[in-house]
Ligand binder design. Structure first.
Ligand SMILES: [Zn+2]
Length: 75
């Protein structure tokens, strides 16, 4: 439907299925049942803890705002 693409298709909220570690920091433990941010890149998927995930979102929000401003600027 339509030609608009989602920039964020590769990012989803998930739930940890087992105990493992955050891709952003090995000291961040993801326990079974924890909310996690899942980033899919081609066939790989990377799991981040809630803290790292929220930081990514905050950074992405700033980057998107900056991009929007750049795009609208008169050349
Ligand atoms: Zn983390």
């Amino acid at each position: 439907m339509g030609s608009q693409r989602s920039l964020l298709k590769s990012l989803t909220a998930g739930v940890a299925g087992k105990k493992h570690y955050c891709k952003g920091n090995k000291r961040h433990v993801l326990l079974k049942g924890d909310r996690i941010l899942v980033i899919k890149i081609e066939r790989d998927s990377f799991h981040y803890c809630l803290d790292c995930g929220l930081k990514f979102i905050a950074t992405a929000r700033k980057d998107l705002a900056a991009l929007e401003t750049d795009l609208q600027a008169t050349p």
